[in-house]
Structures are given as C-alpha cells and as structure tokens.
Design a protein around this ligand. Structure first.
Ligand code: ZN
Ligand code: ZN
Length: 675
C-alpha cells in the first residue's frame, strides 16, 4: 500500500471517530443551531445520559478526577474535547460566556484526566501528551478560545498563561503536531500581544466595565494614611495576622541582602494612629523569615520546625512556649521520617498554615533537606500538643502521587466556613533551587502550580478541585485571605516564575511576571449541595457552583509578590500590607529605589458588607493610582505624572501643561481646587 493511500485511509477512519468535526463543518457553514445540537448529542452519546457534563466543581468525591474520563480512549477523548470546545464556540456566539467557560474547563479536565491514566503517577510539571495530533489540536483550540474570553473580561494574566502553557508544553511533540491547523498564525500573533501586557495593564483598567456579574465583581483599593508611619516598614518574608482589629507584623527583610528584622509591631486598625512596638521574638534565631503566626484562643503560635513551639499571648503581651511531641508511625517512616522528627534540621518555612477545630494544619514548605518544597501535611493538636502526619512525604519521591498535592512552597490556604475543609491554592516547586542542596527534580525554572485542593477533615482525604469561572492564572507568593463575614476568598498579586513578559519599547524581556490583579472565590455552600443530576442542555447559566470572579479595580497597589492580605473578622474589612517587586519590572520615577513595600491598603468589594457604598467610581477611574503610576485626570494616560499644586493638595495628576489647561475647569469643580 503506498503512503498516500494509507494516509487517506487513516484520515477517513479519523473522520468517523471524530464526529465533532461534522459540528465544525456545520458551524463554519453558519448553521449554528444544528452545530450546537450535534455537539451536544455526540457528547451525551460518549458519556451516557446518566453522567453530568460539564461536571460541577466541589461536588462528589473526584473533583477534577473523573473515572469515566480516565478510561476514555485517545480518539474518544479528542472527540469529546471537540464537542466541548464546539459548544463553547456556539455559546460565545450567543453571548453566554459563563457557560462557554464551563465547557472549556471540561475540555481542560478531559486533557488533565489523561494524566491519571499514565503508567506511573506524574508530577504536574511533566508535559504529558499522547502522540495524537487531534488531541493537541483540541487542547490548543480550547486554550485559545478561553484565552480570548479571559482577555475580553480583562483577566489578562489567565489569557496569557493558558495560551502560553498550552503552546510551550507541546513544542517538543513530533512534526505531525506542528501543522498550520494546530499551530495557527492567529495564536502566534495573540501571544506576541499578550506577552507585552502587565496584569492588570494600566492601559485597560480605566476602561474596564463589568461585562458579566457571574464572572466579575467591582472593587476598589484604598491606600490608608497612617499617622507616624515608620521608616523600617517596607519588608517582605514577614509574619502577620489580625487580632481584635489590630494588625500585627513580625520579622521579615527589606531586601535580599538585608537588613533583616526581628521586631514585632502592632497597628490599631480603627484608629490608624501609628505602629506600636511589642517585645521582640526572644529566641536567638539567625533570621525571622518566611514564618507564620497563627492565632488560636488569643495566642499567636509560631512554628519554626522545632518541637518547642513559641507563642505570643495577645492579652498579656508576653512570649511563651509549648513543648510538642511526635511519634513516627511505620507509615510515617515509609514517607521519609527519620530520627523521630518530621522536619529535617528542625527547620520549616514558606509553608501554608491554618488553624481549625483546635488543630494547626501545616502544608508543605521548605526544611533542612529541601529547597524546592515538600508536600508533607502535618497536624498539631494545640490541646494535647501532639503532632500527627496526615499525608505526603518529607522529600518528594521519584514518582508523583495523585492522592495528594505536589511538593511546593508559598502556597495559599484557607479553611471553609464549616471548619471542615482545608483548601490549598497554587504555590511553586522551586526546581531551580534543587542544585543548592543536591536534590532531585531540579530544572532551570521554578514551576508554578495551577491547582486547587481541599482536605476533608472528616474523611481525611484530598480532593483535587476544579477551578470554575474566571480564576487567577498560575502563581506563587500571592496574598490571600478568607473573609468569614463575606464567606469569600480573596487573592491579590503574586509572581509567576515561568510566564514571560516583554516590553519591546524599553527593550526589556523577563522570563517571569509580577501581578497586581485581584480575584474572589465563592466557596460551595455546605448546606445546599448541588445535585449531580445530568444537564438538560448546553447552557449552564442557572447552575449554582463555587466559582472564581475577577475583582475589577480602577487603581491597584503596585505589581508585587509576598504581600499579605488579611481580614478583620470583627468588621469584615480587608487589609493588604508589604511585599516586594523587581524594580526593573516596575519602572518608575528616579526616586523609586526600594524593592519592598510598607504600605497598607484596604480592599473594598461590591458585595453586601464589602464597604463599597459611597465610592465615586467615575472619579476613581480618573484619579486612582495604577500600580506605580498615576493617571492623568484629563487624558487618562498613565505614567509618572506630577500632581496638581493647587488647593486640592494633589487629588488629581496631569501628564503635562496641556492637559492641566484642558482639565482645569472640571478638576476645579470636582475637587474644589483653586490656584
Ligand atoms: Zn494628559
Ligand atoms: Zn488641584
């Protein structure tokens, strides 16, 4: 048989197996209703009428993991992905982007589930693709369409990341995966544009409008003016918490070379009348970096990896300690515990910590033997003072483990309202730090996770969650808080070690990104779980599901990582403090040298109890500080502009004398200014 005929036979066989292509033909011919009907029917034919597609986040045992999807053959998988992306295209045309995203998530989930069918469990950073060009095509198409949707919503970070990851992770595939149909010119052009954006991009924020309330919410960042602000406040890697409407900060550093702080300060959030010094941490630690202080019953606990756990009594304002114990079980020893203690070198930092039901839960972080991060999940019962290993390994084993989150540091975490679930979001495996300690899993770049997990305290099992809606792009070192008054989770900023940014006009290229975007997550309501009943049609509009929204803010604190976001459980107010940025990445005025921040911001959101009333959005759109820049009151351009020197005391900025002249009359009226 000659090669030509073989190819034609294969094409014909594929055509029969990939029935979603008939839908594509109908769609291209403008027969949208017929296309939609075909995609839907074919999808149901594959999954069966009793299976819910698209799946709902946070429901059932599996989360992201769906047994049916693991078992699918490669052609069936590609075909079902084709139906999902086809339906998404139809729904985008109808303006139902909420439903479209649900179908695109399903296509992503179908791809992810092929990992779970691999012979050996794989770590998330391993690119796993079957050598079937149709699968690559469907994966890239789903990413390209979701990238377009995220861009239209102003979520430029996710728009860039989806397209970038899907393209770069499939580059190593054989030539059949590199046809013009799979690698489109349009996608290449899109990446060329997206790579030049900051997230958010100042050129877009003032014109951003709320397009879809199911995927976006309005918000506002307010910089707080604190009396007697200290000079030494700019820092990162510090510990912080809010207790009794007071913000506490301890330790940290100003720069990578220092100075390193050991102080302990407190700010009254009601009076905002300056920082008060508290007794320094009494131990002779070399540095106070990347530790956490977690409050339980008026004591702030500080775990440093030693059996002795220090605490600060918030009522007496005195330091004390408890002595904890641990006994390694045979299972613990199998997981790498040696010498009767889980943390090698008795060190622990950059972990994710929460306290719930009287237990301190600690996930991952770095210790004496690892720089890249581990996935050890430990519990300290604060009453009995006894440690227990819940899951994970002291050191990342050669193969992955699908039953628990991968090894990492600097992840975000929170606990659900019913106190029964510990959530874990993103973080990074610092693979480029491996060589320093001669560890396995090294690479030239760190790996930012794009996953969300929850640990059920009752069943003691992890679930890999789906991230529905309009979520933040993969990142690490972001600020995150659970606001119990609003029952919402908020995420701000952070850093991605593998998503590049390029500023051609400045001739600058970075292989990383810093973020200043804000997101909100509505957790599932444990009281009303959604039934896993099959969908009645492609639209997912009225389906109640836990979802991410982007918080659209006109102004925002400068792009940064390692800032901390905290909620005051008494008032429900949210505060952001500290962090740092690469000063090349955030160019600004000459006087701007410091890389770390000491500013305090309040986040207000358009939710009941979100302190959004009374904000003049029109005024804010024209005067709010956009990251390191000011917005010109008259023309709206952002840059290092000069503030008005009149009686308004600088409530407005102008890019030059032309704009000052043009906008003067309006500014005079709006801000009661005069010369
Ligand atoms: Zn101007
Ligand atoms: Zn003025």
């Amino acid at each position: 048989m000659n090669a030509d005929i073989a190819q034609r036979l294969q094409d014909m066989a594929e055509q029969r197996l990939i029935s979603s292509r008939e839908g594509d033909t109908l769609f291209e011919a403008g027969k949208f209703d017929s296309a939609k009907k075909l995609y839907w029917e074919q999808a149901i034919k594959i999954v069966g009428s009793n299976h819910r597609i698209p799946a709902i986040a946070d429901v059932g045992d599996g989360g992201e993991r769906i047994e049916l999807y693991i078992k699918l053959g490669p052609y069936q998988r590609a075909n079902l992905m084709g139906c999902c992306t086809g339906l998404a295209r139809c729904l985008v045309r109808e303006g139902d982007i909420d439903s479209a995203l649900a179908w695109l998530d399903e296509a992503g989930s179908l791809y992810k589930n092929s990992y779970f069918a691999s012979e050996k469990p794989l770590y998330d950073w391993i690119d796993y693709n079957l050598d079937l060009p149709e699968l690559t095509y469907q994966r890239l198409r789903a990413c390209s369409i979701s990238s377009d949707i995220f861009l239209s919503l102003g979520n430029t970070g996710a728009a860039m990341q989806r397209l970038w990851n899907a393209n770069s992770s499939t580059l190593g595939l054989p030539p059949a995966h590199h046809t013009p149909r799979i690698r489109t010119k349009k996608d290449r052009e899109k990446i060329a544009t997206l790579i030049t954006l900051r997230h958010p991009d100042p050129s877009l924020t003032s014109s951003l409008t709320l397009k879809d309330p199911s995927l976006q919410v309005r918000g506002s960042w307010l910089k707080l003016h604190i009396k007697n602000q200290l000079r030494t406040l700019s820092r990162f890697s510090f510990a912080t918490f809010i207790w009794n409407s007071h913000l506490y900060i301890a330790g940290g550093q100003k720069d990578s070379l220092g100075p390193f702080y050991r102080d302990f300060l407190c700010l009254d959030l009601v009076k905002l009348d300056g920082w008060r010094a508290l007794p320094d941490y009494p131990r002779l630690a070399a540095v106070f970096l990347n530790w956490d202080m977690v409050v339980h019953e008026d004591k702030a606990y500080l775990v440093t990896g030693k059996p002795r756990v220090d605490f600060f009594d918030l009522k007496t304002e005195k330091w004390g300690f408890i002595t904890t114990t641990y006994k390694a079980t045979p299972e613990d020893k199998k997981a790498g515990v040696v010498g009767g203690w889980p943390y090698p070198g008795q060190q622990l930092s950059s972990s994710a910590q929460q306290v719930t039901k009287g237990k301190l839960l600690i996930f991952g972080g770095i210790h004496g033997m690892t720089n890249i991060g581990c996935n050890l999940f430990m519990e300290l019962d604060l009453k009995t003072k006894v440690w227990r290993r819940l899951s994970g390994y002291v050191m990342p084993p050669p193969d992955g483990d699908y039953s628990c989150p991968g090894p990492r540091k600097s992840a975000s975490s929170w606990v659900s309202r019913d106190a029964n679930r510990f959530y874990l979001l993103y973080g990074q495996c610092d693979r480029n730090g491996a060589s320093l300690k001669g560890e396995p899993h090294g690479a030239s770049d760190a790996f930012p996770f794009e996953d969300m997990w929850s640990w059920d305290l009752t069943t003691e099992k992890w679930r890999r969650e789906r991230r529905a809606g309009n979520p933040p792009s993969c990142r690490s070192e972001m600020a995150c808080t659970y606001n119990s008054k609003l029952d919402k989770v908020f995420v701000f900023g952070g850093y991605s070690p593998s998503i590049p940014t390029s500023f051609p006009t400045k001739n600058q290229e970075f292989h990383f990104s810093y973020y200043a975007d804000t997101f909100m997550f509505s957790p599932p309501d444990p009281a009303s779980p959604t039934a896993m009943v099959p969908s009645t049609g492609p639209s997912q509009k009225n389906v109640k599901a836990p979802k991410w929204k982007q918080v659209l803010t006109r102004g925002f604190p400068t792009y940064r990582c390692q800032a901390r976001l905290m909620s005051d459980s008494i008032t429900g107010k949210m505060y952001l403090y500290g962090g740092y940025t690469n000063s090349d990445y955030v160019p600004s005025r000459k006087s701007y040298i410091s890389r770390s921040f000491g500013d305090v911001w309040q986040l207000r959101v358009d939710e009941p109890g979100g302190y959004f009333e009374g904000i003049n959005l029109d005024e804010e759109a024209r005067t709010a500080k956009v990251g390191p820049w000011q917005r010109c009151f008259n023309c709206g351009d952002s840059g290092p502009w000069k503030k008005c020197g009149g009686a308004c005391k600088g409530q407005a900025f102008f890019c030059g004398s032309e704009c000052l002249k043009d906008g003067w009359k309006e500014h005079k009226k709006m801000h009661k200014c005069h010369k």
